[in-house]
Design a protein around this ligand. Structure first.
Ligand code: C2E
Ligand code: CA
Ligand code: CA
Ligand code: CA
Length: 278
């Protein structure tokens, strides 16, 4: 227990210490996991609602902890973000995903790969160089890479983030705004960013599936994306009805359990071999 703190002090909750210790333990484990092969990627298809074509996949990180079992990314990514470990983590994800992209290219399967980034990556002035060197390492064209950037990460330091995104986009990398609609990006800001894709936040897609009265937000975001000339993606689609509806709204691409769950590469390859379109 920290010096000067005791139970009963206003604002102090002994559970905070337990959480802190727990988080520190997890963080130590995560550092080890990076070099121990406990981290792996799963891939989820992003499918065209126009023709059912599989054009890209999103790489999602998984941690198979030796004692805790599968730790969800929501439990360790924020931890990595708060401690600076995220730089190494994102680098590892990019390295692994691009190696997989290279393997797909060699197998005659040109799949574009989307990788998630964090706020810290957008405030790292070396990040564009890191990405470029990994593309070169794997012999993958920049146009094969999509970087997903959340709205909230952009807002932390919009000017700096915009400069970095401009350098990445100038290389030929596509930028996608993830979880769109949940934050406060203005249309003016959106227009000033070098972006190619807008992903409608999962919460809106799911609200629409539960209550058709909620579809207004989804429709509006799709329309906004279209008007700005961006590719629109709906994520977290779970029902065939929602797929039909999204297509009728003019949404370009869908991603969700109704089409396919995120899968390790070998399982993904089996899924792809039998995919016959919508
Ligand atoms: P996200 O980028 O918004 O990813 C979409 C999440 O929705 C994934 O959760 C995916 O498994 C899940 N999902 C996909 N389809 C469906 C569906 O139909 N229904 C439902 N209920 N969920 C669906 P996951 O893999 O647990 O990842 C959670 C978040 O963790 C991601 O949200 C992203 O913010 C973060 N994350 C995952 N991998 C990475 C990574 O490599 N780097 C960074 N920086 N963040 C990552
Ligand atoms: Ca994402
Ligand atoms: Ca998302
Ligand atoms: Ca999210």
């Amino acid at each position: 227990v920290a010096k000067g703190r005791s139970v009963g002090v206003v604002g102090y909750d002994p559970r905070d210490d337990v959480n802190t210790i727990e988080r520190l333990a997890l963080l130590g484990d995560l550092r080890r996991a990076l070099s121990n092969d406990e981290l792996y990627l799963v891939y989820q298809p992003k499918i065209s609602l126009v023709d059912g074509h599989l054009g890209s996949v999103e790489a999602l990180l998984r941690w198979q902890h030796p004692e805790r079992g599968l730790v969800p990314p929501d439990a360790f990514i924020p931890l990595a973000e708060n401690t600076g470990l995220i730089g190494a983590l994102t680098r590892h994800v990019l390295d692994t995903a691009l190696a997989q992209g290279r393997a797909w290219l060699d197998a005659g399967v040109p799949l574009r790969i989307a990788v998630n980034t964090s706020a810290r990556n957008l405030h790292d002035d070396e990040f564009d160089r890191t990405v470029r060197s990994l593309l070169v390492k794997h012999g993958v064209e920049p146009s094969m890479l999509i970087l997903e950037v959340t709205e909230s990460a952009l807002m932390a330091d919009p000017v700096r983030a915009r400069q970095l995104l401009q350098r990445l986009a100038a290389q030929g990398i596509s930028i996608s705004i993830d979880d769109f609609g949940a934050g406060y990006t203005s249309i003016k800001q959106l227009r000033s960013l070098p972006i190619h894709e807008l992903k409608v936040d999962r919460s809106f897609v799911q609200a629409m599936e539960q209550d058709p009265g909620e579809e207004l937000i989804v429709r509006s975001v799709i329309e906004l994306g279209r008007n700005l000339g961006l590719t629109t993606v709906a994520e977290g689609v779970e029902t065939p009805e929602a797929l039909v509806k999204l297509a009728s709204f003019g949404c370009d691409t869908a991603q969700g359990y109704v089409l396919a769950k995120p899968m390790p590469a070998t399982e993904f390859d089996r899924w792809r071999a039998q995919w016959r379109g919508l």
